[in-house]
Design a protein around this ligand. Structure first.
Ligand code: PHE
Length: 467
């Protein structure tokens, strides 16, 4: 293990894993998914999925990683199931896809930091022009990918851990400050109501699978990021409490990001919450105007700090995304770490170009595909998200728990968990995990995967067909 590096201590691992989990998923994606998914009903589904379905998946991933000290593909092989390494490979592929578009959005956030530092509050109303200016956003994306590659090349404890420990708490403080401010604005309660009072009639199959995809994406699950990070963890650590802390941190930050966002949306819309669907532009279009209301000095300080911290939160996530294919190349193909980092980063940047130009600049990638039976086209970035976040991550989670329960066998998994958790054997936690990984997760995730594919890509509504 020494030559692969490891986290310096328990907090290091939790900070890094939480750093991976907390990112654009919480602050950019969660609010607009809630908006598109009809508000509080989406939030309820999301919370349910995080705690009931995703939590056992997270424990299984960390345990597999720690047991094997390997990247996702190598881990299945190391346990003696070479023909299961395809699950790891799908995960690695998925991570590459996610990083390719994620880096573009991270570049936007960084660009917003620059714009707001210069006092350009009107950038919110110029969001579309901003994303269409491919040279500028392309440059931000290059900077972001280079920063990610630099940190990953420094190795696990040196780069990843240090950055995460310092930046996360600062981000939380500033978001809480903004929550308090947003609650003082006019119409804030309409926003809170939209966010927190569920209207269960709004739960459609689409809301369900979108919430599931968001839960997996936000927790960095289903593609082996936590197998990889788990491989750097010491066997004295308690996987269950670590997973609980990571989940709570991630869900907690998404939740307060929503508390910040919806009062602001209500304020901007004059209290009208009937048509909230901001799409990927939601935070970018809404927030600059709000910062402006803080006045020229405070607005610039808080606004630029906010986008800077989001960029850092994104950075601890892009780092974990890049770490996965890098660990794979280093472990399985014996490529030097430094080389692997820069080659893969360049490769992923290139795969991300269609996402970069597909937000208005290139008509082809902006109207990339029209699914069967769909009314309008989907741009390249959304297309990648539908495949990677909404489909492959839950499928990966399904296969990982299935593997843990039936192939590697739950006795072995439990033994690994018990190493850092003396009271585990025979406890209620063990019972729940056994039940979840053997029955609940594989069945529900498998069914929801099929439902997602049929509905998302073929516009088929399984519920309608059955009932
Ligand atoms: N969880 C990260 C976020 O919410 C994104 C991510 C997904 C990171 C998958 C790693 C793996 O921003």
């Amino acid at each position: 293990m020494a030559n692969r590096g490891g986290f310096s201590n328990r907090l290091g691992f939790i900070a890094a894993a939480a750093g991976s989990a907390v990112g654009l998923g919480n602050i950019w994606r969660f609010p607009f998914e809630v908006g598109d998914g009809g508000g509080a009903a989406f939030v309820v589904m999301y919370l349910l999925f995080c705690f009931v379905l995703c939590f056992p998946v997270m424990i299984t991933e960390i345990a597999i990683g720690r047991k094997t000290d390997k990247n996702p593909a190598g881990a299945f092989k190391a346990l003696g199931y070479k023909n299961w390494s395809f699950v790891g490979k799908i995960g690695i592929f998925c991570g590459v896809l996610i990083l390719s578009f994620y880096n573009v959005v991270a570049g936007w956030s960084f660009g917003y930091f620059v714009e707001i530092s210069m006092g350009h509050f009107d950038i919110g109303s110029r969001f579309t022009e901003f994303t269409e200016d491919v040279l500028t956003v392309g440059l931000y994306a290059v900077v972001f990918m280079a920063a990610t590659a630099f940190i990953v090349s420094k190795g696990v404890a040196g780069g990843i851990e240090k950055a995460a420990k310092f930046l996360m708490p600062t981000l939380v403080i500033i978001i809480i400050g903004l929550v308090i401010y947003s609650l003082t604005l006019e119409h804030s309660m309409e926003g809170i109501k939209f966010y927190l009072v569920p209207d269960f009639s709004k739960i459609t199959p689409k809301v369900i699978y979108k919430a599931l995809g968001q839960a997996f994406f936000s927790l960095s699950l289903g593609m082996g990021a936590l197998i990889t990070y788990g491989s750097y963890v010491d066997s004295k650590e308690n996987i269950v409490t670590s997973a609980a802390l990571i989940t709570l941190a991630d869900v907690g930050i998404a939740f307060i990001a929503g508390l910040m966002m919806f009062p602001l949306v209500a304020f901007m819309n004059g209290g009208d919450m009937t048509n909230v669907s901001g799409g990927p532009g939601l935070i970018f279009m809404t927030l600059p105007g709000v910062f402006q209301t803080l006045g020229p000095v405070l607005g610039v300080v808080i606004g630029s700090l906010f986008f800077l911290l989001i960029s850092f939160a994104a950075l601890t996530s892009t780092v974990s995304l890049l770490e996965v294919p890098v660990a794979y190349m280093v472990d399985e193909h014996k490529i030097k770490r430094n080389r692997a980092v820069w080659i893969i980063a360049a490769f992923i940047f290139i795969i991300g170009l269609p996402s970069l130009v597909g937000n208005g600049y290139s008509a082809f990638f902006t109207n990339f595909i029209t699914y069967f039976g769909a009314e309008s086209s989907t741009n390249f970035m959304d297309f990648v998200q539908h495949i990677a976040n909404d489909s492959f991550l839950p499928l990966g989670g399904c296969l990982i728990v299935f593997f843990g329960a039936y192939v590697w066998k739950k006795e072995n998994l439990n033994e690994e968990i018990a190493k850092g958790y003396p009271g585990y054997k025979g406890s209620f936690v063990e019972m729940y995990i056994n039940f979840a990984i053997s029955y609940l997760c594989p069945v529900v995730l498998g069914v929801l995967f099929l439902l997602t594919v049929l509905n998302q890509f073929f516009s088929l509504d399984v519920m309608d067909m059955l009932f």
